[in-house]
Design a protein around this ligand. Sequence first.
Ligand SMILES: Nc1ncnc2c1ncn2[C@@H]1O[C@H](COP(=O)(O)OP(=O)(O)O)[C@@H](O)[C@H]1O
Ligand SMILES: [Mg+2]
Length: 306
Amino acid sequence: MDQATNLRRIVLEQGTKAKKTKTIAVTSGKGGVGKTSLSANLAIALAQTGASVTLLDADLGLANINIIFGIIPKYNLYHVIKGKKSLRDIVIEIPEGIKIIAGASGFYQLANLETKQRNDFINGFASLDADDYMIIDTGAGVSQNVLSFVVASDEVIVVTTPEPTAITDAYGMIKSIAAQAYDKNVKLIVNRVQSVSEGKRVAQRIINIASQFLNIKVENLGFVFDDSVVPKSVRNQKPFIVSYPKSKASGCVSIIADILANRSGGHPERGSGMSSFFKNLMNFSVNKDDEDDLLDDIEESKEEKE
Ligand SMILES: Nc1ncnc2c1ncn2[C@@H]1O[C@H](COP(=O)(O)OP(=O)(O)O)[C@@H](O)[C@H]1O
Ligand SMILES: [Mg+2]
């Protein structure tokens, strides 16, 4: 190939890249720190900035995006993988302006697909690749199935609270991410803070330790106040950013959405796309031998929640 052809190819590739979805996994070391609440409300906040957003419920143990929105999805990715439904059939568009995909029981089937099924499944997502963002609500803790979502995404947001155990576990999670994908773009949200200074202090501590001991740069996305509208809106099954737009929690989430949107220089750019996400996920996904581990994880996280 001559140089001009090469250059044209690069420009073309960048052109296609520019339209693809940015995939962002939301995870944590410790459970119950607010991943689901933040994923759901952040997805809506991003939609409010004009972006098109899909929210993927990838918490294998506790599928609870549906609880936050008060919807019960009839079908999930499992049905798509099994060829019983098309992706279009399972995507739920909600009035808050985002799309939701229930993943719950589907993911660990991905590793066992035949090549044709795999390709059909991946190609199914091409239709959604014009979306700006896919937010992936994952489970907590350092397990291979949580890490596979993290590794497969363009970016990862680690959520912690100021609680010492949550901080320690957040650090553990960042360490695992660094080990599996050293160049991953890692971002941090400190949830349930009582003051601005607490939010800053906790973030700085984690960022410093990660930089010192792991040589990994963690980007501070900010904090969210501890706010009674969060549990209240879970009870009312309406996201707080919609039902309490003027609350402290909503203000924080909107700021975080703005940071996410602006740092990436406007919406329609730079993700590697949903098809690519699922392709990565399959290559990294749990195989049959790991199924037992997975089921253990599910049981453990259920017990944790109780
Ligand atoms: N900023 C906050 N202020 C008050 N309560 C919160 C906040 N964030 C989360 N919570 C509460 O913490 C609990 C766990 O939140 P959830 O989003 O389910 O966490 P995870 O998905 O990490 O397990 C819920 O009862 C939720 O209402
Ligand atoms: Mg959750």
